[in-house]
Design a protein around this ligand. Structure first.
Ligand SMILES: NC(=O)c1ccc[n+]([C@@H]2O[C@H](COP(=O)([O-])OP(=O)(O)OC[C@H]3O[C@@H](n4cnc5c(N)ncnc54)[C@H](OP(=O)(O)O)[C@@H]3O)[C@@H](O)[C@H]2O)c1
Length: 343
């Protein structure tokens, strides 16, 4: 039997919604439709905003985090954090390919799904280990990929956990490349994180020698890592939730000038106004963070009379997976950093 290409046939509540905005999906993996892929899941990469929210709610405790994840999946049939609305992604082995699908992969291949866990039916049987620092979870589970679900075969030149970490945020670096032009001043907010370091590297590459890339970090650990990476011209230590304080620090560091492009890749809420205030008139703000509020960004910008283009960070862009893996391969320091943190 064929299912709906977008997965509507698996939506339980409310009927007629697409699987991502739906509250609950059918995660029964004993039936696989002719246009679905069944995956034996190895690891989940929980979205950073979601993982931070769960950690803040239940504490930095492996067992409690595991219980919370089990509870969410039991209620919703998918790992869709009800507070942040975000998901993450997974890696696993293809167990079955529906007979109607013509895809460039075979049963037994290892893949990473490039669609969010917030729409992926997940039959979660057991959590074997929560890796708190990597925000990854080893599981016994099966998942369903719909006909329109994008995936990538796992590369064989890096550990699975490293590929998973890179692919989770693959939308950010390629879209940074699209937004940054030679000579631009670029501010990356959350520069020391997974997507932050990738965006800094790409911004520096595309802004070129006449451009300036400024990384805004929050912790001492991030300063050291970013300094060693050598992909930013300046580093600011600031709390992006303090818009006015951060704006003043930024102006000081950047000789009183605002940024042409601001990339927001933090994992906490309430940083919209820092991003808007640090951007020049008619400049661009790219909100990749899942903790971004459309209302706060739109009304906040209006409230200070700031005419900027605000871009929502689509998790998907053509060739984003290959682009993200390639930039890590081409820079040894970046590769070593990902190996150290996620390998
Ligand atoms: N749009 C999409 O499709 C998509 C896909 C995947 C992920 N995301 C989102 O992208 C964002 C980044 O993900 P990631 O995996 O790169 O996260 P990450 O590795 O956890 O990095 C987040 C960074 O935010 C920084 N930060 C936290 N609080 C801050 C504050 N008050 N002021 C300044 N910086 C602060 C952290 O700095 P310190 O470590 O120094 O504290 C950290 O380096 C998340 O919101 C995630 O949900 C979006």
């Amino acid at each position: 039997m064929r299912g709906d290409p977008f997965g509507l046939h698996r939506v339980i509540e409310p009927k007629g919604k697409l699987p991502q905005p739906a509250w609950k999906v059918d995660n029964d993996t004993s039936k696989v439709y002719d246009n679905e892929i069944l995956i034996d899941v190895i690891k989940l990469n929980i979205d950073a905003a979601s993982f931070t929210q769960i950690k803040n709610e239940v504490g930095k405790d492996e067992k409690k985090i595991a219980e919370k994840i089990m509870q969410i999946v039991k209620e919703r049939g998918k790992m869709h954090n009800p507070v942040t609305g975000s998901g993450g992604m997974l890696i696993g082995k293809i167990k079955k390919i529906g007979k109607d699908l013509k895809i460039d992969a075979n049963e037994g291949d290892k893949i990473a799904t490039l669609v969010s866990l917030s729409l992926t039916p997940l039959n979660l049987k057991k959590i074997a280990k929560v890796h708190i620092d990597k925000e990854q979870v080893d599981v016994e589970a099966e998942a369903i990929l719909f006909e329109t679900g994008v995936f990538a075969k796992l590369p064989d030149d890096m550990p699975e956990s490293v590929a998973l970490a890179i692919l989770d945020v693959a939308g950010a670096p390629i879209q940074t490349a699209r937004l940054v032009s030679p000579g631009d001043t670029v501010l990356i907010i959350g520069a020391g994180g997974k997507s932050g370091v990738l965006c800094c590297y790409v911004a520096k590459k595309y802004a070129g020698p006449t451009g300036t890339v400024i990384g805004l970090v929050h912790s001492e650990r991030s300063i050291q890592e970013l300094t060693e990476l050598g992909v930013v011209d300046k580093i600011i230590v600031a709390d992006a939730q303090d818009a006015v304080g951060t704006y003043e620090k930024f102006l000081k560091v950047n000789d009183g000038k605002l940024a042409d492009v601001v990339i927001n890749v933090v994992n906490v809420p309430d940083t919209e106004m820092t991003s808007v205030m640090c951007t020049r008139e008619r400049g661009k703000v790219y909100f990749f963070s899942m903790a971004t509020s459309f209302t706060k960004a739109a009304l906040g910008a209006e409230g200070i009379g700031k005419d900027v283009d605000m871009i929502i960070g689509n998790g998907y862009a053509t060739d984003h997976a290959e682009f993200a893996l390639e930039i890590v391969r081409e820079n040894e320091k970046l590769y070593n950093l990902f190996m150290k943190k996620y390998g």
